[in-house]
Design a protein around this ligand. Structure first.
Ligand SMILES: Cc1ncc(COP(=O)(O)O)c(C=O)c1O
Length: 372
């Protein structure tokens, strides 16, 4: 039996005719940038996220950059970020000349530890970015309260978590700005790079709209310096088609997660494998990844490979230990939880089209590896 980490061809097959028709329609219209497709995509994603505004843009990374710019973050400002995340969370801060200040995460939810956030605040701190890792939100009310008490901006990096819910509130409803990625491997993936920023603020929406278009609101009139970070019509139209299936896919991911939870329990592997924890505040985990913490991680990963089972390590090195961030003064030993997780985490296949047999094969193979 073969188990891939993700099977985008299986996801695409039922849409093939519909999407081909839409792509041809856009080719015929020759309307590639902005226009009705982008507007429809923004309205649809805003509605899905129960947020007033959605500003489409070129990627989840650019979504963070234009968010920081819209909030007025400047070179020399400090922005608190978790170390255990994808590079873009901190890279966006650094690229605009601000300083990423790395903090640790909770070992059960993998998300930013609010106690560490409090301790990292200095007079230079201007914003906090919380990441919703693997499809479960961070403790958003706690972070929002800290941000409010210290007069800081709050960005939620929801690249991996569109549609996730915190105490019945959806990603997009809570932070000042929430950034989304439509990278193809995300739960709602485009056919290339694409992203968005969600906000309930009309003022921020206006700033973001200018910033993604070289800082201009009227053609050739630039109030601020911005980027070329637009969402293109082809990606927008594909997102509009695919979002109609998103809830169905999320339910399938949740069903697969439950099969894993039960199978791991039955297998009696608790001394070797820690399954992901759903926080008390989580009312909807969208399982972009199903990440277990295991002993002898790299050996297990290689063993699974011999059984034709793909798995992945997100992430093998904390951002505070990356060469490019040495200048921030952060180093090995600073963030023990992150450093431990980097050695233990392993993402197992969870995509919607998997069968129960495949999931059980994964668990049985892990059981075999530990020889119990
Ligand atoms: C947590 C996180 N932030 C930001 C991004 C960047 O998104 P994109 O690849 O669309 O630029 C990603 C994408 O993997 C991500 O996982």
């Amino acid at each position: 039996m073969k188990v891939q980490l993700l099977d985008l061809k299986a996801q695409y097959a039922p849409f093939r005719d519909e999407i081909s028709k839409t792509v041809l329609e856009i080719m015929d219209s020759q309307y590639f940038i902005g226009g009705p497709y982008v507007k429809e995509c923004e309205d649809t994603v805003a509605k899905y996220s129960r947020t007033k505004n959605c500003v489409g843009c070129s990627s989840g990374s650019d979504a963070i950059i234009i968010s920081l710019l819209a909030l007025g973050i400047k070179p020399g400002d400090e922005v608190i970020v978790p170390s255990f995340t994808f590079f873009a969370t901190a890279g966006a801060v650094a690229i605009i000349g601000a300083k990423p200040v790395f903090v640790d995460v909770h070992d059960d939810t993998f998300n930013i530890d609010y106690r560490c956030v409090e301790k990292a605040i200095t007079p230079k701190t201007k914003a906090i970015i919380a990441v919703d890792l693997y499809g479960q939100t961070a403790d958003l009310d706690k972070i929002k309260e800290i941000a409010k008490n210290h007069n800081l901006s709050f960005i939620e990096d929801a690249a991996q978590s569109i549609g996730a819910e915190y105490k019945n509130r959806r990603v997009g409803e809570i932070a000042d700005l929430t950034t989304i990625s439509f990278y193809p491997a995300k739960n709602l993936g485009a056919f290339g790079d694409a992203g968005a920023v969600l906000t309930n603020s009309d003022d921020l929406k206006q700033k973001l709209t200018m910033l993604r278009e070289h800082g201009s609101s009227d053609r050739y009139c630039h109030k601020v310096v911005g980027m070329n970070a637009r969402l293109d019509a082809l990606q927008a139209a594909i997102i509009v088609k695919k979002i109609t299936k998103l809830d169905e896919w999320t339910e399938a991911r949740q069903r697969n997660a439950n099969i894993y939870f039960e199978s791991f329990k039955r297998a009696g592997l608790s001394d070797f494998v820690i399954t992901p924890k759903l926080a008390e505040y989580t009312t909807r985990h969208i399982f972009n990844q199903f990440v277990v913490r295991v002993q002898k991680r790299d050996e297990l990963k290689n063993y699974l490979q011999t059984k034709d089972i793909a798995s992945a390590v997100f992430y093998p090195l904390g951002l505070h230990m990356q060469d490019c961030f040495k200048y921030t003064g952060s180093k090995e030993g600073d963030l023990p939880v992150t450093e431990k997780l980097c050695k233990e985490v392993l993402a197992l296949p969870i995509y919607p089209e998997l069968t129960k047999e495949q999931l059980e094969y994964v668990v049985n193979s892990i059981k075999e590896f530990y020889r119990i």
